[in-house]
Ligand binder design. Structure first.
Ligand SMILES: Nc1nc2c(ncn2[C@@H]2O[C@H](COP(=O)(O)OP(=O)(O)OP(=O)(O)O)[C@@H](O)[C@H]2O)c(=O)[nH]1
Ligand SMILES: [Mg+2]
Length: 446
């Protein structure tokens, strides 16, 4: 996410920190570099100008804090002003005074409305709400099916009708259905077009006045740069928006949209989409994105992500199983998959303060390779072998190695790892720790 900008800023900061005392010339030179980096990232020039003039003013006029070096002071000011540009405070979803609350998702074609509608419903459900998805995109033939299938995968109820029915009618019926189901939120997926279009705007305005949503959220593709800003302004002036959702922030976007859109449009960014997977939606925290952009890492986001990804129920089942000492190779695999799901090592490294410079060399692929290998090995075992690995003798080992395209030595490594994890969990449940605990977490190497 915004790696290029982060790398450029990192270089500027390194150069600054190499100097003890900063002259006005040093600061000017650093800010000139920051300006170039921002413009190259396609940040709106008005935003850049405003941002730099504030940073400069404070860098020169600031009283000296003894705990910080001059360079650190400048970085601190840059961080503070970046947070201001991004919206300062996080902005949450607003619910209605009487239930159900309605969120209308609008945006251009392919900007991520349908995916985000489901992501949002899943988050609401995780937060204890009862969401109902509504398929009000009757224009694109496959749109209803796409929403239905995503909703089904996530076990979220959906309301849809024949695509000949007008969206406004579908929405009115959905409202009734939501009341019967005692839903607390309605999330409406709407049609999108390639460009701002009269017919689309008229339809959205109708749906809006029928539903009186507490949230009208525009999904904007972060990769579209300055265009995204124009689209947001247009939608806002035509139908009135309450918030923005920046999608595809995981792409190698230059970042201009993220940094300009709030400042120029005045509309708060409420969420950002960071991947195609359904759990890849994060509440938008200006301070966290700022520190990520500046390469200062973001542990908080990571922890939150990890908590969400780790399936609570699965975790409980696993724990129960471990306690009953029936822990087997299938459980090991599911445990490793969960850890992997929390984010690739690459993302992890990026989020640790000070490590962003090394991110391009992160052992990201290695982790993936390692999991794939363990997966291949365990899947090449018979049911009996997975549940009772003590029966794996030399000939079975050779067979498994052939089946998984590995060597008997690899099989041994996986089995050793498995026994270590099982021993550890058994000791933990008996309340004592094995002596060689530090060696316990050496996963098999690829
Ligand atoms: N990488 C990435 N892909 C995303 C993200 N959000 C959506 N996508 C992908 O973008 C594509 C379009 O998403 P949709 O949700 O279908 O977009 P839409 O706005 O509903 O499109 P229309 O219904 O055609 O107007 C899909 O392939 C999604 O998987 C994101 O945050 N990151
Ligand atoms: Mg759609």
């Amino acid at each position: 996410m915004l790696e290029v900008l982060t790398q450029k800023l990192s270089k500027v900061f390194d150069r600054l920190q190499g100097r003890g005392k900063l002259s006005e010339g040093d600061i000017d030179e650093a800010l000139r570099q920051v300006r170039l980096a921002l413009l190259e990232a396609d940040v709106n020039f008005k935003v850049v100008k405003e941002f730099l003039s504030k940073v400069k003013e404070q860098s020169l006029g600031t009283e000296v804090l003894h705990s910080l070096t001059p360079a650190q002071q400048v970085i601190k000011i840059i961080n503070k002003e970046l947070i201001v540009i991004l919206g300062k405070e996080p902005s949450c979803l607003a619910s209605a005074s009487h239930l159900p609350s309605v969120a209308l998702l609008v945006g251009l074609q392919g900007s991520g409305k349908t995916t985000t509608a489901v992501k949002l419903a899943v988050q609401l459900k995780q937060g204890g709400q009862r969401p109902l998805l509504v398929a009000a995109d009757t224009r694109r033939p496959a749109a209803v099916e796409q929403l239905k299938s995503l909703a089904k995968q996530q076990d979220i109820p959906i309301y849809s009708e024949d695509s000949k029915v007008a969206p406004i009618t579908i929405c009115k019926h959905a409202l009734k259905e939501a009341k019967e189901r005692a839903s607390t939120w309605i999330i409406v997926d709407t049609q999108g077009r390639l460009h701002i279009d009269e017919a689309m705007m008229a339809e959205l305005a109708d749906v809006k006045s029928a539903l009186q949503p507490s949230e009208v959220l525009l999904t904007v593709d972060a990769m579209t740069g300055q265009d995204a800003v124009r689209v947001a302004q247009e939608f806002h002036s035509r139908i009135g928006l309450t918030g923005l959702i920046l999608t595809k922030m995981d792409g190698d976007a230059r970042g201009g949209a993220a940094l300009s859109i709030r400042f120029i449009s005045g509309i708060p960014i409420k969420f950002m989409g960071t991947g195609e997977k359904i759990n890849a939606l994060e509440p938008f925290y200006p301070d966290r994105l700022a520190s990520r952009i500046l390469g200062m890492g973001d542990m908080l986001s990571f922890i939150e992500q990890a908590e969400k990804t780790f399936d609570q129920q699965q975790a409980k089942d696993l724990e129960r199983k471990m306690r009953s000492t029936g822990f087997d190779l299938e459980d090991l695999l599911s445990q490793m998959r969960q850890i992997h799901k929390m984010g690739s090592l690459g993302q992890l490294v990026e989020m640790i303060p000070g490590f962003s410079k090394f991110a391009p060399y992160s052992p990201d692929e290695e982790g993936e390779k390692r999991l794939k290998k363990v997966e291949a090995i365990i899947l090449s075992m018979t049911y009996e072998e997975r549940h009772n690995p003590t029966i794996i003798n030399g000939s079975r080992r050779r067979r498994i190695a052939r089946g998984s395209g590995t060597t008997p030595k690899d099989i041994n490594q996986v089995l050793n790892y498995f026994y270590q994890v099982r021993k550890l969990t058994q000791s933990l449940t008996r309340g004592k720790l094995p002596k060689n605990i530090m060696n316990m977490f050496n996963m098999p190497t690829p």
